[in-house]
Structure formats: structure tokens, C-alpha cells
Design a protein around this ligand. Sequence first.
Ligand code: SF4
Length: 336
Amino acid sequence: MLTRSEIRGCLTARGPAQEELFAEARRLREEHFGRTVVLRGVIEITNVCRVNCDYCPMRRDNTRDNDRYFMSSDDMVDRAREIRDAGIDIVLVQGGETPRNLSAVEEAVPRIRELFDGRVEILLNLGNMRRGQYEHLRELGATSYILKHETSDPRLHEAMRHETLDERLRCMRDLLDLGYRVGTGLISSLPGQSLDSIVDDIELAASLGVHMCSVSPFVPAPNTPLQLAPIGSNELALNTLAALRVHLPSLLIPSVSALEKTSQGGQSRGLAAGANVMTVNFTGETDRNRYLIYGKDRYVVRKQHVQELVAQAGLRTRGSVFLDAPTPGGALRYAS
Ligand code: SF4
């Protein structure tokens, strides 16, 4: 593990020092995971959200103007079948935070498990919920959950998300306690964020004991209060990613599409900086165009793009690392 000043030093490394940092991050990735990259398939199930994050075009204040959609459980299962047929065993079900399609998700989760004969990681990214709701989804067969803390600075968190960091952390602790494999994540170059705050983000991931953590450079999206803010630095995002790998070598760290959005070749550099997860988009075209995560011209990741990048990096794709690992808190029998 690194000290605070070592983490800070990683964040500002450039030139040969940055290359050295990335080489160490790649070495540790290989030591812990071999020369592999975990492949996920994502389904984006709704663009409606009750939260009002200042950086997101799907924020609550935009709901009326957005072309809203809710995917049915049948559609979710159809998309999951495509993921299975593509040889991927992680189904990431992602959407805005809304109770309105929770019942469709609850219906889909056991059906997706059945589709894969139980050999599937069902990874949810659906926002804050009550502990009982997480527990029910876990019983139905959800394996893992992404709930990004976004920024560990409580004041900045509240200013940007209009929600408390404490409540977010309560959710994460509930998820961990219920035996989920949990992923957090941060946005780097968020307006008003200091370098020390990013050091805090990395230390928070360590203290929570999460299994996954992402780093996304800030993208000023249209129709948001931050649309005129400067675009995030890819160098800072990549250095943060590499620092995470060196500090917490066994984390799953994705090379996210925002890296590609902010700089062509960004996802390839994410792999060079120590990332070991990539996500392919399986949302149907109509819904995909309505899922405005970074605005209408977001970068949509296809399987071929991922395969090319992974091969260029001298790596190979692999399935879930969690399927054969012992479940935290003991085995769970899923409801059928
Ligand atoms: S970032 Fe997530 S929680 Fe925030 S408004 Fe967008 S969809 Fe909702």
C-alpha cells in the first residue's frame, strides 16, 4: 500500500515517471490476474432518474424533456441472451435510480440466472436502495453491485449530487454486509475537486474493502449545469487508475468509455495503465440513443473494439472472477 504522499506523487507523474508508474501497475495486474481482461455485457434499462446530479443529462430536471423509456423484463432477458450468446458471463444491469422498474428487474434476475444455468454474475448498477431491497435482489440471484461514491468530499458530493455521501456509504456497507461483490468509482477532474480529494477517494476505496473501483474523467455533458466546465484530464484519470492498481492490486478496475470520449485511444491507455475490465454495450439501438449518459454523442463500446484493444495490449479476455470464488458471508441459495 502507498502512503498519501506517494499516491499524490502518482497523480502528478508525467513523462518517464508516468511510464514507470504504468509499468508497475501492469506488473501488479499480471501478478494478480495474469494477462487477462474481464469482459462484461451491459444492458441499460431506463433513462429515468430521481436524482439530480449536476453532471448528468439524465438528471431529474431533464426528465420531462428526455425521451423516457423503461425496459421490460422480457427485453432484459432477450438482451441477456445476446450477452450469453456472445460468450460473456457477466450481465451488468444498469439504469437511472428509480423504483419504477424495480419489479421488472426482480422478475428478470432469476430468469437471467436460469438462462445461464446459474453460471452468471449478475451485476447491478441501479443506485441507492433500502437494505431490504438489496437483500431481496441478492436472494433472487444478483451477485454484485456497482454504486460509485463519485467524490469522497462530502461537501462537493452534496453540491454535485444533491444527496449525502453518508447515505451512499450506508448503501455500500449494506451491500458488502449482504455478501455482494461491490464496486465503487470516482470522477476525476470534477469542478471544485482538489488533488488531495482524489487521494481521499483512493483511500476510501481501500477502507471500504470494495472489490471493484472505476475512474472516469469528468465529461461536461450538454443540457447540464456543468456543460461549460472544462473537460477532464485524461492524464489525471489514467494516473489515478494506475495509483489504484498499485495501492490495491487485486481490485477489478475498468477501462471506461469516458476515457475514449475525452481522448481517442483513451481506453487503450486505460489498459496500459493497469485496468483489467471492459464492458460491451448490448442495449438495443433505440434505447441506447435515449440513454444520455454523456449526451447524445457518447462513445458506444462494441465487442470488436474491445477485442482489438485487448489483443493490441497483448492480453486476452476472460469471464467473471467471482463465479468460482467463495461467496463472502457463506453460500446463498437463490430463490427460483
Ligand atoms: S449520474 Fe446516475 S444518479 Fe446521477 S442523475 Fe445520472 S443516472 Fe441519476
